[in-house]
Design a binder for this molecule. Structure first.
Ligand SMILES: [Zn+2]
Length: 338
């Protein structure tokens, strides 16, 4: 039987039931509170995709519903989170195939922009994997690390693509300009990768809704950056805002119109990202549902689909809108001088 070693140093077997100590402790908390069942933790890693993304779609009947659960017996809290990444992943991948034929591929900026779109699609793919495996205790820490690494790489490439556009294929650009975001992303990836190897996963593990949420299907587990959260936030902010340093070059190299439109588009993209993060961290719809005792069918959950559209899923949609705005602004800039 093959066994796989994860980044966090915990081995598990993919093709048989194997509960880690962590899964057991998670189960024990919820088993006491729920109908002898934990709706979040997936005990068989090979079934993670099926359980999170599809489990309720085909064999669902009203007879096996839990009346109180917001997601039904065959739903999963991560389902909306996974699909709101997976659908944009497909759309961005299609966009990357179509773009060279529609907008051309004759300049370095064309290629850089296309690479950035591919990496955006790849980031959404990795984030889908992260949300699926966040329900698998032994895989969640590693997939979270990979998710953040892919976001850093994507932001880095987007900045370099913007630099290429604003300087008409890197004209008179010193190497520090493109090396800077690469070093920033690399530092974050290496630091948090090493941290993941050395900090035990039971120290970073956090749980939500261990009370009523177990019954409602809102119980979840995630891994926190703890005292390193501010470093993560500062590093991500630096990568996200790096395009601001390119503004002077854009106004000196481009015509006024495309320069202004690029700044507006990139600003909207950045503002959407910031607003989405604030919403994700402050406006917890699940909390409001429980506080108001509006437990049961509502605008943000579906037992038939087996999902709850919480603020994190909404943040995913906002992030997609932000990426579209930034890409549109860059493409407008490239088209203006090609
Ligand atoms: Zn997410």
């Amino acid at each position: 039987m093959k066994s796989k070693k994860t980044f966090d140093g915990i081995s598990f077997k993919w093709s048989e039931i194997q509960l880690s100590k962590q899964a057991s402790s998670i189960n024990s908390k919820c088993v006491d509170l729920v109908n002898k069942e934990n709706l979040y933790v997936i005990e068989i890693p090979t079934r993670a995709y099926w359980s999170v993304m599809f489990r309720g779609c085909c064999s669902f009947t009203s007879a096996n519903q839990d009346d109180k659960s917001l997601i039904g017996r065959r739903g999963h809290l991560e389902r909306a989170n996974a699909w709101t990444h997976f659908i944009p992943c497909i759309l961005f991948m299609i966009c990357s195939f179509v773009r060279p034929f529609v907008l051309g591929a004759s300049t370095v900026s064309d290629h850089m922009s296309n690479v950035s779109i591919v990496l955006t699609a790849a980031t959404f793919a990795v984030s889908t994997v992260y949300h699926v495996y966040s329900a698998v205790p032994s895989a969640a820490p590693a997939t979270r690390t990979l998710d953040h690494a892919s976001i850093a790489i994507s932001l880095c490439c987007a900045t370099i693509a913007d630099l290429s556009m604003a300087t008409k294929d890197f004209q008179n650009v010193s190497f520090q300009a493109w090396l800077d975001p690469m070093v920033g992303a690399l530092v974050l990836i290496v630091y948090f990768g090493v941290r993941r190897l050395f900090v035990p996963e039971n120290e970073t593990k956090q749980e939500s809704y261990t009370g009523e949420g177990c019954t409602l299907g809102l119980y979840r587990v995630f891994h926190s950056d703890l005292e390193h959260a501010s470093l993560r936030a500062a590093g991500s902010a630096a990568l996200t805002l790096n395009w601001i340093l390119i503004i002077p070059s854009a106004f000196s190299m481009l015509d006024a119109d495309p320069a202004v439109i690029w700044v507006i588009g990139a600003s909207i993209g950045t503002l959407l990202l910031i607003c989405g993060i604030i919403l994700d961290n402050t406006g917890v719809v699940d909390d409001i549902l429980m506080r108001d005792q509006r437990i049961g069918p509502c605008f943000c959950n579906s037992k038939a689909l087996g999902c709850v559209f919480n603020t994190h899923a909404l943040w995913h949609v906002i992030a997609v809108a932000g990426a579209v705005s930034s890409i549109f602004a860059r493409e407008y800039g490239i088209a203006s001088w090609k």
